[in-house]
Design a protein around this ligand. Structure first.
Ligand code: ATP
Ligand code: MG
Length: 300
């Protein structure tokens, strides 16, 4: 079982047509045909959208993505048109709403990995490969890879796992030219971001991008970028291969959900329980800390 513990109802806003409720973002179309992307405070873990929100999370993801889009602007165009609140939108959408170009999304999760963790580690331990790419012996949990790699995945529906695919499968799906551009752009953006993050004391272990094509067929970077939801950020000071690394993402929530304290069995049919206040507070402060460390800006 998986999905939303409680599926949120889309808001009725005059002039906006609701398109989609994603795990974290709600999508609307405005009268000009642009996409209005509203980041909620929802959090997902183990393929569930949890019943408890993390205050300010939507604003952190939005502000951080905007900051990164600026850092990357010379590498790839981004989808944001405006941060102005659409007329008639609720005041609490402020700071977490982006008016974006409506793109034809490329149906590939473009993952770049510079370090071994997560599904990459599991595959490496079984076969010494990640997404079919051969890697040297001797790597362990958290090791830096000899060079960053492009490890695409298919985009799953809410409640399903993304699945790693080979580069050849991507090329078959989207064409050789687009596949090559996805890989090149993903690795270029990852390289830039990894260097910026490293200067600020954060290891960018891996990250996921989504791209779309504009009306002229140009590749545009979309969705959110380089946030704790789409990336593994590790404090550089405590990075030490050979064990799971502490991280600025939802690890705290995952650890609590799988601890006896939650009373929840991941493999059961039961939806996960509400998060206690201290787990919410600790998770919120990790999101804020990641924002402040990366941007060098105070949150408020
Ligand atoms: N510029 C854009 N044009 C069209 N779609 C976009 C654009 N930017 C992002 N998206 C889509 O908006 C959605 C963002 O919602 P969210 O991240 O909450 O969803 P998700 O859980 O990752 O995926 P899903 O939409 O399958 O639930 C994604 O489906 C993403 O592909
Ligand atoms: Mg998403």
């Amino acid at each position: 079982m998986s999905g939303f513990v409680e599926k949120p109802e889309p808001l009725q806003v005059p002039g906006l047509t609701h398109l989609h409720t994603g795990k974290v973002r709600d999508l609307y179309r405005n009268e000009a045909g642009d996409l209005v992307m509203v980041a909620s405070d929802r959090i997902s873990a183990y393929d569930w959208v949890l019943p408890t929100e993390i205050p300010d999370k939507g604003r952190v993801l939005t502000r951080l993505s905007l900051w990164w889009f600026d850092q990357l602007a010379d590498l790839v165009p981004h989808h944001v048109l405006s941060t102005d609140l659409p007329a008639g939108a609720p005041a609490d959408w402020e700071g977490r709403t982006l008016v974006c170009r409506s793109l034809r999304m490329v149906p590939v999760e473009c993952v770049a990995r510079g370090y071994l963790a997560g599904s990459g580690l599991a595959e490496y331990e079984a076969t010494r490969t990640v997404c079919g790419l051969a890697l040297p012996e001797g790597l362990t949990d958290g090791s830096e890879l000899p060079a960053p790699i492009f490890t695409p995945a298919t985009k799953a529906a809410v409640g399903d796992h993304d699945e790693n695919v080979t580069y050849e499968e991507v090329a078959r799906e989207v064409g050789a030219e687009t596949a090559a551009l996805l890989r090149q752009t993903t690795l270029a953006v990852y390289g830039r971001a990894r260097d910026i993050a490293r200067e600020r004391g954060i290891v960018l272990a891996d990250t996921k991008f989504e791209f779309g094509l504009d009306a002229d067929g140009r590749l545009v970077i979309a969705d959110e970028v380089l946030t704790p939801d789409s990336s593994r950020f590790w404090p550089a000071a405590s990075w030490s291969p050979g064990r799971a690394q502490p991280s600025y993402d939802k690890q705290y929530v995952r650890d609590w959900l799988t601890s006896p304290a939650s009373g929840w069995d991941r493999r059961s049919e039961q939806p996960p329980p509400a998060l206690p206040a201290e787990v919410v507070a600790a998770t919120r402060s990790r999101y804020l800390e990641a924002y402040e460390m990366l941007t060098g800006l105070p949150w408020s």
